[in-house]
Design a protein around this ligand. Structure first.
Ligand code: GLA
Length: 384
């Protein structure tokens, strides 16, 4: 994240002005996928890639925003609901509106931002953007009166209300709460969380980006969520306390098998199993048992591919290569439909695995996967 680059662009586009600079990261997730909106557990951590934004109140009721990477300008009024139409600017506009709803007296500002979290790679570039502005607006216009959870929720609500993705809380939570060297286990029902120092001696975490762009806005993500909610609705007839799939078990699912569609059954089975896997991984981590962690990651991949159906051919291919190379754990990460696999690899196997994955992937698909070593880093913060 290059602060000097943002500073120089901001000065260039806003007559030499200087504002305050904020940053928020993207995230990885060790395990617990599509569990957040089911009230389950997730296990994310913030990464060393994210968004940096410079911001300066401009004394008007307009926002003038510049995307440094896209070289694109947008200007919008804080009350102009039909504007802006550009996706990146809708995130900023949405966060402004959500912060206003939460009682922050947001006024016009000038801003320029840039990022190094790859877009569409399943590392939550959009959450990084939302968290950066939520954090900044809270400080610049709200005397920091909004707590961190509410900042994450403002980002999530932006996705729901201004982008059309009914996402859970994981990405924005990880971006705001990230802590260097730590993964965070979040219970998405109670919102209790614990930091887990993560420094697996002898292993590395590496992402392989399939460079298949994932897009959650095309409706498949929302359909998964709808399937889960449909199963909950049926279960509630017998078990009124079930608010989320988190509150159910496999026995309860079997009991309603005939009353739900085959597809919805598969979706729910995956989620119930995945929630348990996160707990198993927590135990394994406490014992330093990375072999079990890896085993669970492979099980997650299988579930995401065959039951939840959010993998794709290229990601399955990368997962197979990981298995062939003796990698400890590997799975598709994030919402799916493209993006990255996350891999837990023994130090001594790392070079061979990366070389083999590049070569085989290129041979099959005519392109190379991108490789990102994971550095677990801090969450939203002010840089200057
Ligand atoms: C996306 C969503 C998250 C979460 C993941 C899947 O990243 O934004 O809320 O549901 O997919 O675990």
């Amino acid at each position: 994240m290059d602060i000097n680059h943002v500073r120089s662009r901001f000065a260039k586009h806003f007559d030499g002005a200087t504002g305050s600079v904020y940053a928020s990261p993207g995230r990885i997730n060790l395990i617990g996928e599509h569990t957040d909106y089911n009230g389950g557990f997730v296990f994310p951590g913030a990464v060393d890639k994210g968004i940096v934004a410079e911001i300066k109140p401009n004394g008007t009721d307009k926002v003038r925003a510049y995307s440094i990477d896209l070289k694109d300008w947008v200007e919008f009024g804080l009350n102009e609901e039909d504007k802006p139409r550009t996706t990146w600017a809708r995130y900023i506009f949405g966060v402004c509106r959500e912060m206003i709803k939460r009682g922050v007296d947001v006024k016009g500002f000038d801003t320029a931002f840039a990022g190094d979290v790859p877009l569409g790679a399943g590392m939550s570039s959009s959450a990084a953007l939302e968290s950066t502005y939520a954090f900044a607006l809270n400080e610049l216009f709200g005397d920091n009166k909004i707590d961190k959870f509410e900042l994450a929720k403002a980002g999530q609500a932006t996705e729901h209300n201004y982008v059309g993705v009914n996402c859970g809380i994981m990405d924005q939570f990880a971006s705001v709460f990230g802590k260097a060297g730590n993964l965070i286990r979040l219970d998405c029902r109670s919102l209790e969380y614990n930091y887990f120092p993560f420094n697996p001696q002898g292993y590395r975490l590496v992402l392989l980006d399939s460079v298949v762009k994932h897009a959650l806005v095309d409706g498949e993500y929302n359909k998964r969520r709808a399937s889960c909610e449909a199963v909950v609705a049926v279960m509630q007839k017998e078990h009124p306390h079930v608010m989320f799939l988190r509150d159910a078990n496999m026995e309860m699912l079997e009991a309603v098998k005939d009353q739900v569609s085959e597809v919805d059954y598969k979706r729910a089975k995956y989620v119930i199993e995945e929630i348990q896997r996160v707990l198993d991984v927590s135990d394994a981590l406490e014992q330093g048992d990375y072999e079990t962690v890896g085993q669970k990651m492979f099980e997650t991949h299988h579930g995401m591919s065959k039951l939840y159906e959010v993998s794709c051919e290229e990601l399955d291919f990368l997962n197979d290569i990981a298995k062939e190379c003796g990698v400890t754990g590997s799975r598709v990460m994030g919402g799916g439909f493209g993006g990255c696999t996350i891999n837990l690899v023994k130090d001594e196997l790392y070079d061979g695995f990366i070389a083999k994955a590049k070569e085989a992937y290129n041979e099959k698909y005519g392109k190379y996967p991108k490789v990102y070593d994971v550095v677990i880093s801090d969450g939203s913060r002010k840089l200057a």
